[in-house]
Each structure stands twice: as structure tokens, then as C-alpha cells.
Design a protein around this ligand. Sequence first.
Ligand SMILES: [Zn+2]
Length: 191
Amino acid sequence: MTIDENHWLKEARRDVLPGGAVMNTRCFLVMHFTSGASAQSSVDFWKSPDAQGACAHVIIDRDGSIIQCRPFNRTCGHAGKSTWKGLSGLNACSIGIELANAGDDEKLAKRWSKLPLVQASHKNGGPAQSWEAYSEAQLVACTAVSQALVKRYNLDDVVGHDDIAPKRKNDPGPAFPMQALREACGFSGMP
Ligand SMILES: [Zn+2]
């Protein structure tokens, strides 16, 4: 996986979302699920006024294909109100990766995905429920992109949206192998 001098992944398809602010310092990598259908459907939504600026730098589909929407030196609206390691408002200093995944929306999972459901309760609380599994291809691509980003930008941590905004957000949730991703990126344990 290669990141070029203009902060684009060479291996990703580009579907450019203009905008964002200049981001010269990047601290964290934040993982998300879309609660959505295909990756392209989420990108199409991000282009609509209804999205109100929501978007991420990279989105990975269930088949492992990668779309990059904005270069890594500009901000995206993926974190919202958030805090981590003494910093807040992490859109200003973090890179966001979205994974096409229905999360805990079982109806959505059954309609858009052939992947199994995982029964689990969230680490931040709540009852046991069904979560769409992530595909192997998706996790392989996610790991490769994450490793390249951590190395290139010397990132301080790899976290979930549910770590930086635990009261508001439950993504990427219990079906996501956060510890394995962190270890692949040189960190240990859970966030
Ligand atoms: Zn999120």
C-alpha cells in the first residue's frame, strides 16, 4: 500500500469530495462502520446536502475494494464531538476509515449483506444483540491501509469512534477485531 506525495493511496479508487480544511498534523486513526449498504452508496450520500459534511477519508467495501474521497492532508467530518488523550474535536487531527457494514441494524444486514451476524454486547454497555460480521477481504484491506497510514504519518493511536465518543457512538462495535488491528499497527491491547 503506497501513499503518494499528494496524500492519496495509489491502490484506491478515487471518488473525490471537495472541501475540508488543511490538516497538517495527524494524531489518530479512527475506525467506523457506515450503518449502510454498499461503500458507493455511502459516498453518494456524503455528496448530498443531507450528509451535512459527514464523510471519511477512506471507505472499504465488503469485497475489500477501497475508495478514497479526500487526501490525508485535509479534514473530514467523521469524528464529531470527541475526545482522546487530552485532545478534543478530533476531526482536526485524525484520519477516518469507514467500513461498509450494517452495524447492529439487523434488517439492513439481511437486506444488503450475505455475511453472518455476530451475537455480542458492546464494550460500552447495552444488551447482547446482532452485529454484521466484517469480511476477511475487508479486514485485510483495512489492515494494509491502516499500517501504511500509521507508518507514513507516525500516528499516535488507532481507535474506534466508540472510544472517542463512547456515549454517542457504537462503531466499529464488537464484531470489529480492534486489538488485532492495533497489534498489526504496532500498538498493544485495546484502546
Ligand atoms: Zn463513526
